[in-house]
Design a protein around this ligand. Structure first.
Ligand code: SF4
Length: 343
């Protein structure tokens, strides 16, 4: 269906629905598409898009940032993906630690971290990301890599969003990358209109049209607009790899707090590669000495869709991609960063 035709459908359905509708996109790449192509501006007034906790760097909890930076400042060599090095914490960021002499390696894939660890056996890789990056970290662990895991599982966060009375959501655009791994069927347990979508502008407006269609018909089901890549059951091989190496644990998400069984902990079998076990005494010391600095960053509310980045008093004035005051400005997938570049 052509773009213009889909937009016309959206306008007609919005007129039938009449009441305000809030649709949440759950992937940072969707937020980027929405901002880049000005999709918010072409939607009818009663249809509002809000960004959810779909950027893995943004949802990394402050305590994890502090532990990994504390380890780096204590002389442990750390490898991580690019954006993660810039998340500000109570001890600064990994990038700040590097400026103070810490050994920090920015890697583009897990095999690069593995290569460095062969020469530098004390190296710890900081594993961040959802089900999308967890299989690669699992592969790294199976091949001898030591890891501090901040990996998270997405569906428990969706449940937490739906249980939060402060957040009103009429439908989800489910995360495309995560769904390639976990499949589309898994979302059936959430009784709300949902569409798994791809990342082009047409994919996203098609998904909005499909959600409005469900809302007009009072349906609450899962549809798959991204069937060219997302299968019902997902990628079984990747799921198996995750479950061989990790087990679920309660985890803290920035903005959402602790969510039951939403994190991935390294299994006991691999405890000698688990930074939480290897450096347990040092980590206990780091945690004890951390003093939480007062912060005016509103990232937590942004991640829940309670406020928009422009409502944060620091947005653009103090907080910019070159001088991020919070995690949501760090990653190119973060809502504040996206809004800064395209808003
Ligand atoms: S603009 Fe900066 S300080 Fe404000 S919420 Fe976003 S990341 Fe935090």
């Amino acid at each position: 269906m052509k773009y213009k035709k889909i937009l016309k459908n959206i306008q007609e359905k919005a007129k039938i629905i009449r009441r305000p509708i809030r649709l949440m996109e759950l992937c940072g790449t969707h937020s980027e598409t929405i901002a880049k192509y000005g999709i918010k501006n072409i939607l009818p007034k009663n249809i509002k898009m809000i960004s959810g906790p779909g950027c893995p760097v943004c949802v990394a909890d402050q305590s994890d940032v502090d532990i990994i930076t504390g380890l780096a400042l204590s002389g442990i060599p750390i490898a991580c993906y690019g954006d993660s090095a810039n998340i500000p914490g109570n001890l600064g960021s990994l990038e700040n630690a590097r400026q103070q002499g810490a050994e920090i390696y920015i890697v583009y894939d897990i095999s690069e971290a593995l290569k460095i660890s062969k020469k530098n056996p004390d190296l710890i890789f900081w594993g961040i990301g959802f089900e999308t990056t967890a299989p690669m970290t699992a592969w790294g662990i199976q091949n001898g890599l030591k890891v501090f895991s901040s990996h998270k599982i997405f569906p428990p966060a969706m449940r937490a969003l739906l249980r939060n009375n402060k957040i009103k959501i009429d439908g989800f655009i489910n995360p495309g990358h995560v769904s390639v791994i976990i499949g589309a069927e898994i979302y059936k347990k959430f009784k709300i209109p949902q569409v798994v979508a791809g990342f082009s502008a047409t994919d996203v407006i098609k998904a909005i049209d499909m959600l409005l269609d469900q809302i007009t018909k009072k349906e609450k089901k899962v549809e798959n607009e991204y069937a060219r890549l997302v299968q019902k059951e997902g990628n079984k091989k990747a799921q198996k790899l995750i479950s061989k190496v990790f087990e679920a644990k309660n985890a803290r998400w920035r903005g959402l707090g602790e969510i039951k069984n939403s994190g991935l902990k390294i299994k006991k079998k691999y405890k000698n590669q688990d930074a939480e076990f290897i450096h347990r005494e040092l980590i206990a010391k780091i945690k004890k000495n951390i003093k939480n600095k007062p912060s005016v960053c509103h990232c937590g509310e942004v991640l829940q869709g309670i406020i928009e980045p422009k409502n944060c008093p620091l947005f653009r004035k103090v907080c910019t991609p070159d001088n991020p005051q919070g995690a949501c400005m760090v990653s190119r997938e973060g809502s504040c960063n996206v809004e800064y570049r395209y808003g």
